[in-house]
Design a protein around this ligand. Structure first.
Ligand code: P1T
Length: 378
């Protein structure tokens, strides 16, 4: 079954009881049991919820995995993956990634005995050089937030297999429509479903998907034992959004490509980071592992003053954290999403005070370009 058909049909068979075409919202905390030890397979809603199960089934298919697990946020999903490890284990993590993931690793998980090496994953030799006898996981994000660097997923998979580590990919920026890391050798995929999967800036949600039964068993246990589960409404909304993911992503990417090309020619713009531009240093690598370049662009304006001016003057691009919704957003990573990354690290990565990040929505692209033209001129 092709992607768009799966997104609309898998896990979404008409309801057995009523024939309802849309999966029902099971807003319940528990399930009646006929007698002690005799029930319909549903016991307690932290453990299982039919709306959640249907969404997890759909998402697993979209990622080409065996199973998927829903969580209360993307950060809770990342945390669940880390709980697969034990105190004393070492993780090689991308140095360029969502600031909140770095914060979780450096400020929370280290307190529980995990150690991290942060490396520039554009060069696979940096990963090899960071391997220790206790390296149990390689954790990457591609394209990265916010510099849009690309990690060679097939290359990382080869290293992970060689050293027997679990390979995890945060696939939030690409979405499963444009990139399926499990099919390129990754063991686990993570999403902030708050972004493209939810797609309408109206929910907070996370996903973990895997292609291995033993990891699925461990994640089933952790999802229930730790309990960072989403409510059924968020799962229902994600199922609603799955049906349009392919059309939304095509429009996000087409709009972003036009805007990135336009920005690249603009005299007030110092640099444009978008994997769909032939000038992106890893454009060919992006092409080899993504079927489209998604809707995120970072733009270097040269100074904080310029970033303040542009973000103030934009009318359609709303100044806000988050991304991946149908409406365009603009964010200032230094003061918003990457505030918890140390200054030296930010400077090394190119996350400057003059950098803004655009989440290109699915509005009419001419209107978006006019908005940017006005804001850049003032
Ligand atoms: O916000 P939450 O749903 O908990 O997801 C965390 C997260 C994980 N991974 C990536 C790549 C992310 O971008 C995020 C959240 N990011 C933002 C809020 C942001 O504006 O970049």
């Amino acid at each position: 079954m092709k992607f768009s058909t799966a997104a609309i049909h898998v896990g979404q068979e008409p309801d057995e009881l009523t024939g309802a075409v849309t999966v029902p919202l099971y807003q319940t905390s528990t399930y009646a049991q006929e007698e002690i030890g005799k029930h319909k397979g549903w016991e307690y809603a932290r453990t299982q919820n039919p709306t959640r199960s249907r969404w997890e089934t759909c998402l697993a298919e979209m990622e080409g995995g065996l199973a998927a697990f829903a969580f209360g946020s993307g950060s809770a999903a990342v945390d669940a993956v880390m709980r697969l490890l034990n105190a004393g284990d070492h993780v090689i993590m991308a140095e360029d990634m969502y600031g909140g993931t770095y914060r979780l690793a450096s400020k929370v998980l280290t307190r529980f005995g995990l150690t991290f090496s942060y490396v520039d994953m554009r060069n696979l030799d940096n990963i090899r050089a960071a391997v220790q006898p206790n390296t149990k996981m390689i954790y990457t994000e591609t394209p990265t937030n916010p510099m849009m660097t690309i990690t060679d997923l097939r290359g990382v998979a080869a290293i992970s297999q060689e050293i027997g580590a679990v390979m995890v990919v945060d696939n939030t920026f690409a979405s499963p429509y444009f990139q399926r890391p499990l099919q390129l050798g990754a063991d686990i995929v993570v999403h902030s479903a708050t972004k493209y999967l939810g797609g309408h800036s109206d929910l907070v949600h996370g996903i973990v998907a895997t292609r291995h039964q033993h990891l699925a068993d461990d994640l089933t246990f952790l999802q229930n034992a730790v309990g960072a589960v989403p409510g059924p409404l968020e799962c229902w909304l994600c199922l609603r959004s799955a049906k349009t993911l392919h059309v939304r992503m095509d429009r996000h990417a087409a709009n972003a490509q036009r805007i990135a090309e336009w920005l690249e020619q603009h005299p007030s713009v110092n640099a444009v980071h978008y994997p769909g531009l032939p000038s992106h240093p890893q454009h060919d690598l992006a092409k080899s592992q993504m079927s489209g370049f998604s809707g995120m662009i970072s733009v270097e304006l040269g100074s904080l003053a310029k970033a303040v001016q542009v973000t103030k003057n934009l009318k359609l691009f709303c100044l806000a954290e988050s991304l991946g919704g149908v409406e365009s957003l603009v964010c200032h990573p230094v003061s918003m999403t990457h505030g918890s990354v140390p200054v030296e690290q930010r400077e090394k990565l190119g996350i400057t005070e003059g950098l803004i990040r655009l989440s290109v929505g699915i509005e009419d692209v001419e209107d978006l370009i006019e908005d940017l033209a006005n804001a850049l001129m003032h």
